[in-house]
Design a protein around this ligand. Structure first.
Ligand code: MOS
Length: 733
């Protein structure tokens, strides 16, 4: 059974308060963006390209237009230049990719929106879409469909390359070496809630309802696309039904819906299908890795080289480049990190929960297990031997690092000391039993943010900030922080978020929401306490001072600059450009959250069926505001890790670079039967440097080490080292 109750708070943890929006969610009271009902709505259906490259020569829309209820069909011929090019996020802009929505007849990838049908009903729009006939040219040349395709183009990314010492010499003279290659597949976030957008114009003002991890990114990016003043656009996203990186930045659909609504003078609603979701937004690109490790006989690392290859599109050069993480984890005097982008005829990849960390950790933490086996060393002790207080490239200190405490707590709970080291030596009837472990890590990011807090004489508090509720517990966190800072019960606090009319906040990405928005709320509460003259008094003194003052309402606003950000970056907060920073990229220090993951797998001796019988993770991530929501994030992350290791794989048809399993029947994710016993331990950690809230973030770290821990456990069970994800039955036969 998965542990469903939440852990009791330990040192430096807040109360496990119940979710702020729990009742609204389970009673249907929570309006997700596609639930908002607007009068006279027109339904949009996007028609997507069925080739991966080439040009549209002509449309035959006659049959589609003949469907009853069809109002209009937009193509590049009608939209063309009315949507302006806006730079992609990877080039310092706003968009998920550089393909202009219905901007030209050029096809950049299979699944690209090439027409939008507008109709009185969803069904009519869908039927018309199915009747659209397109004459393509130039698509006969086979697409470069994936990272291994012959026609894909490899480019070394020099800015992501780095090193220290002399790797070649150290590797050549190392007592023990490991040289191995690993791969991870394309994967899609598949949030339960589909990619929806509703737009309504009232005069020259546009309101957009769209599930988003960054409402201000949509607002400012869309304003640039439409060539209008951003203050005329409001983006509302009060609940998001899962995002995992896929709803982070402006996609092509938003401008198309906005333009359609303006042309028709009616609200327009788009809900992209599950299959279309595979190319509507970014995804986790497939990766390849080459790792070389050199060590002394006693297990101390002397040389390490990690080179990664990541798939990208022709239009955009995207790479997560998480050698910036893997090369900074362990003591080692000679290190090389390299990253390559491999361009193919695919849609632009993007962020998916622990975007770079998951694949890069799979490679490194698997290689370390291979090294431990070569050395005859307990894999936990290999990590302990190479633990460090300073990161090995620049010699910068970690703000805090509790990696070995995580290993010790998780190992104790797991019962690791009972493991027999020989692969294949543990068995339970027909099941081969294997125990494996890995480190987890994730950069502690933060971004510039702001918040407003209002305290009323009756003790009610209202907190507002344009952060985002993705299901992770943002409402709850915001209420708790304000309640604590003002000494009022959390039940007296109400929260507004997910709306560009509110004080702007960071993108809900990079596990940075709490680390960014909590300090802004704290600063606004400081200002309230200053007004009352109780800035340094105990929090219990706030309400008595409020009563004594006779003031009815105090409202204060504060903005906070994330550590390491230059003051001029505050401007970006008001332009939809508040992005996570920190982690491995600070000048004075490194800040990571750490964890340790232990897994028991069972591999059936006759059928090779693979089961994850239990998993124990322990995580140290600074202050935990709410152990209940943090625990949910970490357990969820670990389950994602199981999916990344054993299930998730977006299968690509090499003929046209299409996804052939673009649905939840064929795209495998872990189901309840796959998840037997998953436990997450919250390890107390205090970090006064990382940010004012002392928070490192827990949204992604839970995913990171799981795939390696599972692969390592499968090696322990079977003696078979599997270096390519996902690991399936057929790989063990
Ligand atoms: Mo997350 S992949 O940083 O939205």
């Amino acid at each position: 059974m998965t542990e469903t109750s939440f852990p009791r708070p330990r040192a430096n943890m807040g109360q496990p308060v119940q979710r702020y929006e729990a009742r609204a969610k389970v009673t249907g009271g929570a309006d997700y963006p596609s639930d908002v009902r607007l009068a006279r709505t027109v339904h949009a259906y996007i028609h997507t390209s069925r080739v991966a490259r080439g040009t549209i020569r002509a449309f035959d829309l006659a049959s589609a237009r003949g469907v009853a209820g069809v109002i209009d069909i937009l193509t590049h011929e009608t939209v063309g230049d009315s949507i302006r090019q806006v730079p992609a996020i990877f080039g310092g802009g706003y968009a998920s990719d550089s393909v202009r929505p219905l901007g030209s007849p050029e096809i950049a990838y299979w699944g690209q929106p090439v027409a939008v049908v507008l109709a009185e009903t969803y069904e009519a729009a869908r039927e018309a879409s199915q009747r659209i006939v397109i004459d393509y040219a130039g698509h006969a040349v086979p697409a470069a469909a994936d990272i291994d395709a012959e026609r894909s183009v490899v480019q070394a990314l020099e800015p992501m390359a780095f090193g220290v010492g002399d790797f070649e010499a150290a590797y050549a003279s190392a007592a023990v070496t490991v040289d191995a290659r690993y791969s991870t597949p394309a994967q899609h976030q598949n949030p339960m809630e589909l990619f929806a957008t509703q737009c309504i114009w009232e005069g020259d003002r546009l309101t957009v309802y769209e599930p988003s991890q960054y409402v201000n990114n949509v607002k400012f990016g869309l304003a640039e696309q439409l060539g209008i003043d951003a203050e005329r656009i409001r983006v509302i996203s009060t609940y998001v039904g899962g995002a995992f990186g896929a709803k982070g930045f402006l996609t092509q659909r938003t401008a198309l819906v906005a333009v359609a609504a303006r042309r028709l003078g009616r609200p327009v609603k788009l809900v992209a299908t599950r299959a279309q979701g595979f190319t509507v937004s970014g995804y986790r690109a497939e990766t390849r890795h080459h790792i070389q490790l050199g060590a002394e006989r006693d297990g101390r690392l002397t040389a390490m080289r990690h080179e990664g290859w990541e798939l990208t599109s022709r239009a955009d050069q995207v790479a997560m480049g998480a050698v910036s993480m893997t090369a900074r984890l362990y003591a080692c005097p000679n290190i090389v990190g390299r990253v390559n982008a491999v361009a193919a005829d695919r849609s632009t990849p993007g962020f998916m929960r622990a975007p770079g960390e998951m694949p890069y950790a799979f490679a490194l933490e698997s290689a370390l297990d291979e090294l431990a086996h070569e050395l005859g060393l307990n894999p936990v002790e290999l990590r302990r031997l190479n633990d460090t207080r300073v990161e090995p490239i620049a010699g910068l200190p970690y703000t805090s690092r509790s990696l070995m405490r995580c290993f010790d707590e998780a190992a104790a709970r797991f019962g690791w000391s009972d493991r027999t080291s020989q692969p294949g030596s543990m068995r339970d009837g027909d099941w081969r039993v294997g125990w494996g472990c890995a480190s987890a890590f994730y950069p502690a990011h933060a971004g510039n943010s702001s918040a407003r807090v209002r305290l009323s004489a009756d003790g009610r508090v209202h907190v507002s900030s344009a952060g985002h509720e993705l299901g992770q517990g943002m409402y709850t966190m915001m209420a708790q922080v304000a309640a604590e800072e003002l000494g009022v019960p959390v039940a007296h606090v109400t929260v507004s978020l997910g709306d560009t009319d509110l004080p702007p906040a960071v993108v809900a990405g990079g596990s940075a929401s709490t680390a960014s928005v909590a300090p802004a709320i704290m600063a606004a509460c400081d200002a309230i306490r200053r007004r009352l003259g109780v800035e340094n008094a105990p929090r219990s003194g706030v309400m008595p001072a409020m009563e004594a003052s006779g003031i009815g309402v105090i409202e204060e606003f504060a903005e906070t600059l994330a550590h390491g950000n230059p003051p001029e970056s505050m401007h970006g907060l008001y332009r939809g450009r508040a992005l996570p920073s920190g982690g491995a990229h600070l000048a004075d220090r490194v800040q990571f959250a750490f964890g340790a993951q232990f897994v028991e797998v069972r591999v059936h001796a006759l059928t090779s069926e693979i089961r994850v019988a239990r998993a124990v993770g322990a995580f140290a991530a600074g202050r935990i505001i709410n152990p209940r929501t943090a625990h949910g994030q970490l357990v969820g992350g670990m389950i994602w890790g199981i999916g990344s290791a054993l299930h998730e794989h977006s299968e690509i048809d090499p003929r046209n670079a299409s996804y052939i399993n673009a649905n939840l029947a064929d795209y495998l994710v872990p189901v309840n039967a796959d998840i037997v016993d998953v436990q997450a331990i919250l390890v107390p950690e205090e970090d006064e440097l990382v940010n004012r809230a002392g928070v490192k973030g827990v949204g992604e770290v839970g995913v990171v080490g799981m795939a390696a821990a599972i692969s390592n456990a499968i090696f322990h069970a079977t003696g078979r080292r599997l270096r390519d994800l996902p690991i399936r039955i057929e790989h063990l036969q």
